[in-house]
Design a protein around this ligand. Sequence first.
Ligand code: 4NP
Length: 185
Amino acid sequence: MAMPDFQHSDDCCANTDILQMLKRKKEPVRVLFVCLGNICRSPAAEEIFRRIIESRGLAGRFEIDSAGLYAGHAGELPDRRMRLHAFQRGYNLTHHSRPVRERDFEDFDLILSMDDSNYSRLRAFAPTLEAEAKIRRTTDFCRHHPGIDHVPDPYYDGAEGFERVLDILEDACAGLADSLTPDAE
Ligand code: 4NP
């Protein structure tokens, strides 16, 4: 896929460039959420973002998926606790876990990590600088969680950890949808 001509950088200008380009993209914008196991945070993010996009009548403008950096849960449905807490907010999580693959860096326009570990592992895995520039932190799009820089791994937490994940992801996904929607400018 043709990408805009810009150098890889962590600064906000590069961030703005790719988001502005994606806002104007004619073909569907392809978004991949990534966490460690792909059974808690990223499948929840995938469904929350999908629901926001559908509620705005923009389903045809996006292709949304999720994947994990650890392949040990490949093929599994999301963690039962994540499914339960999501269901209580009206989300039905049906994704089956799959590992991140090199082709994802070609197939997706934006790759959203949940925490610093995901972020640095994705950057190390990216085959090109162009691919690396597609990686963003999900929490960069939060507007109601000041200072937050990661979605905490809830795997070893109780119910409150899963609720916190959903709170953060609902905020981030709404911000992301606004960032990628032309008339939100
Ligand atoms: P996730 O949570 O990365 O949000 O899917 C985890 C799922 C499984 C494991 C760790 C985190 N695990 O160690 O198996």
